[in-house]
Design a protein around this ligand. Structure first.
Ligand code: XMP
Length: 293
């Protein structure tokens, strides 16, 4: 690769590994960009910043929260939301690529990503926006250094380099597909808090093959009546979704211990008076998808 390259580091396993490898191979030739869409989990930008520092990565965190919220104002249709999030991401990323003078786009594509699509893509059930996935629009030459690696290779390499190898998958559009209806700052802040409770509890209380493949929360626009202290209240509902899966193509809901569910429910309603109803999703995939939108 002669010339400068840019990559989108989401903080996930594949793109983080790619950022580390690039920094070792060509530190000042590759810029790793983390776009803070505001739809990421609590502490995520800080976690990525710490990785950039620890591995001496030529990295940049871009705060685009206001831009995303502005573009998503009033939007309730799930497909439209996904498209707006994808488009806004590309806009922010493209601007940075121009500023940096990048000629190449580095992507953390691994073998299952292209083997599964087999040249003829499966029918699109959802508009899956893969960050940095539109190089043809961007006039950048695509480089995929991890193309021949499988999940196990990625995990092994990550471990060897001192990166976490136990991160759960997180969708490109982030918490945007876990807030049903319009995305507002209030709802985002609530969902970030609840997500943290779910993640912390599951990570504290489960390990090995007892830990679900994915564990998260969804915020519903449905308000129901509840009692907080001695007052009746009218508050949001959240759904906890934990699934077991091998490849995300099919999944079963996790048969969690009732005590773990109870712990999460109490912590959520104690921590957030705006929420007075917590449910657990007992839908397999199919017929449900893993994400709610
Ligand atoms: P679904 O909801 O389709 O999700 O059963 C299957 C897996 O894909 C993740 N997911 C996404 N990942 N961009 C991504 O990179 C997306 O737009 C997206 N939507 C869903 C989901 O979290 C699950 O692991």
């Amino acid at each position: 690769m002669k010339g400068k390259g840019i990559l989108a580091c989401s903080g996930g396993t594949d793109s983080t590994l790619l950022a580390v490898i690039c920094s070792k191979a060509a530190y000042d030739q590759v810029l790793s960009v983390f776009v803070d869409t505001g739809l990421v989990r609590n502490g995520e930008p800080e976690r990525v910043r710490a990785i950039f520092e620890k591995f001496n990565i030529n990295g940049k965190i871009i705060d685009a929260k206001a831009k995303f919220l502005h573009n998503l104002k009033g939007i309730t249709n799930p497909e439209e939301k996904r498209k707006i999030i994808g488009r806004t991401f590309i806009e922010v990323f493209e601007e940075e690529a121009k500023r940096y003078g990048a000629e190449y786009l580095l992507q953390g594509t691994i073998a299952p990503d292209w083997i599964e699509s087999g040249g003829s893509r499966r029918e699109t059930i959802k508009t899956h926006h893969n960050v940095g996935g539109l190089p043809s629009n961007m006039n950048l030459k695509l480089v995929e250094p991890l193309r021949d690696l499988y999940k196990d290779d990625v995990r092994e390499l990550s471990r060897e380099l001192g990166l976490r190898d136990d991160l759960q998958p997180f969708p490109g559009p982030g918490l945007g597909v876990r807030i049903i209806g319009e995305i507002t700052e209030e709802k985002l802040s609530l969902l970030k808090g609840v997500t943290q409770i779910v993640e912390d509890t599951i990570e504290k209380r489960t390990s090995g093959n007892k830990r679900p493949w994915q564990y998260f929360a969804v915020l519903l626009p449905v308000k129901t009546t509840g009692v907080h202290g001695d007052k009746r209240s009218y508050g949001y509902s959240v759904v906890i979704r934990c699934v077991d899966s091998l490849d995300a193509m099919t999944a079963t809901f996790s048969q969690l211990d009732w005590n773990i569910l109870e712990e999460m429910s109490i912590e959520i309603t104690n921590g957030f008076p705006e929420i007075n109803r917590v449910s657990y999703d007992i839908t397999h995939k199919p017929p449900g998808t893993i994400e709610w939108e």
